[in-house]
Ligand binder design. Structure first.
Ligand code: SF4
Length: 418
């Protein structure tokens, strides 16, 4: 992260997903930074985003820019008191240009004083400066915990008897999680204990939701571009629509991406002949702490997530290897998509949906490989849904896909282990 001070500014976090963005804002609040999420996306988001993009940019950029521009339309907007959070990455992907482009648009509009706060994937999104270690560790707890709540939501909601029960428990859980995270002055031990308490209570509340479990529901793995697959506005609520057709989903979460960036960081250090360097030692120590913290947070959910275990990134890269030359030949979501599709097949999923923005480089490469992946794995249905903010007859396509998944479920050899 850069060293510019956030003091006196409100930091706005884009709402990539409901739980993760709120939890991340709470992390910043825990060290005294005034942080909140960007405004909810709506038609005005696309109108404003469309006004300052040419169509060459990726859809997630249009959405995040549009939401940030909504801030500038507010009566009390003060550029000098505003900071915009925009993670970035190196490499050929257009994602690396988002923060630069947002800065340019703000400047063109005369808002030079708006600060763009851009941590990078090149160091595994590691924090620097004052409060860095505790901020980074709390951020990790926030990511893992919000992913856990989201996973409980997705495995419960398709079977709820009373519509809305699961969303309510989920949202309450997220609020309480944020409250546990944001407490200033708490030691790491106290904060972790509070987070664990919130997760355990939320677990009990998820269990109290009246459900009618149906083993006939196919399980659909969701892969794809990280923003589009996690952001319900961008993907036109695809997951909820799939659920309406009588199916359950298993969504690739934020934790997967963070682990991937960590694996990549270590690979780059090796490539730079820093195998025995201080940087490598720090990276390895951090990873081992984070692995152990993740294990602690997941422990109460061992039974809930049986059959839904998350893979190691190395396993995904191994599955991907016959299809795409692994790093440095290929990288990013495309290798995770292919590896994850095969992992899902091995776990007994009944279909894989890739959610990607229209013209997404990762989506296009993955889509070209899916027919071969499917052929090599008993014909498991895999389909890409592209999004660019225009309306599609999604339900017809989902209906056809779920029918394919049901047929596959009847004849597949890989049974689910739950
Ligand atoms: S992953 Fe796709 S949508 Fe995201 S920046 Fe790259 S090309 Fe654009």
């Amino acid at each position: 992260m850069d060293n510019q001070s956030l003091k006196g500014r409100t930091l706005y976090i884009p709402q990539m997903n409901y739980a993760g963005s709120r939890a991340l804002a709470a992390v910043f609040r825990s060290v005294g930074i005034d942080a909140t999420v960007s405004p909810d996306s709506d038609p005005q988001t696309l109108e404003l985003g469309g006004k300052y993009t040419s169509g060459d940019e990726c859809y997630p950029e249009k959405v995040t820019l549009g939401d940030f521009l909504k801030l500038t339309e507010m009566e009390d907007f003060k550029p000098e008191e505003t900071a915009l959070f925009m993670a970035t990455a190196n490499g050929p992907c257009r994602f690396g240009q988002y923060s630069i482009y947002i800065q340019k648009v703000m400047r063109d509009l005369g808002y030079d004083d708006v600060m763009i706060f851009a941590p990078s994937s090149s160091n595994g999104y590691g924090a620097e400066g004052e409060n860095a270690t505790s901020l980074e560790r709390t951020a990790w707890w926030a990511i893992v915990s919000s992913d856990i709540l989201q996973k409980m939501l997705l495995k419960t909601r398709p079977y709820e008897i009373n519509e809305g029960d699961t969303d309510e428990v989920f949202k309450k859980g997220v609020d309480k999680l944020c409250h546990a995270i944001e407490q200033q002055g708490a030691t790491g031990k106290e904060r972790l204990a509070r987070i664990m308490e919130v997760l355990t209570t939320a677990r009990e509340q998820f269990h109290q939701i009246p459900i009618n479990y149906n083993p006939e529901f196919p399980l659909i793995g969701i892969v794809g571009e990280i923003f589009c697959r996690l952001n319900n506005f961008s993907n036109d609520n695809l997951i909820r629509r799939i659920e309406k057709f009588g199916a359950e989903t298993w969504l690739s979460d934020i934790t997967e991406w963070v682990w991937y960036t960590k694996v990549e960081h270590i690979r780059r250090l090796r490539e730079a002949r820093k195998r025995f360097s201080k940087d490598m030692l720090i990276a390895k120590i951090k990873n081992s702490f984070q692995k152990s913290d993740e294990h602690k947070l997941l422990k109460p959910f061992e039974e809930d997530f049986r059959g839904y275990e998350e893979p190691e990134v190395s396993e995904l890269l191994d599955y991907n290897e016959p299809y795409l030359p692994c790093p440095p030949g290929a990288g990013g979501e495309m290798v995770l998509n292919i590896g994850r599709a095969i992992y899902l097949y091995e776990k007994g999923a009944d279909g894989v949906v890739d959610i990607s923005p229209f013209t997404c480089m990762n989506g296009i490469v993955s889509e070209a490989l899916y027919p071969r992946v499917s052929r090599d794995h008993e014909g498991i249905p895999i389909r890409t849904f592209y999004f660019d903010g225009t309306q599609l007859d999604l339900d017809r396509d989902i209906g056809i896909f779920i029918e394919l998944a049901r047929n596959y479920k009847r004849k597949k050899s890989k049974k689910r282990k739950t």
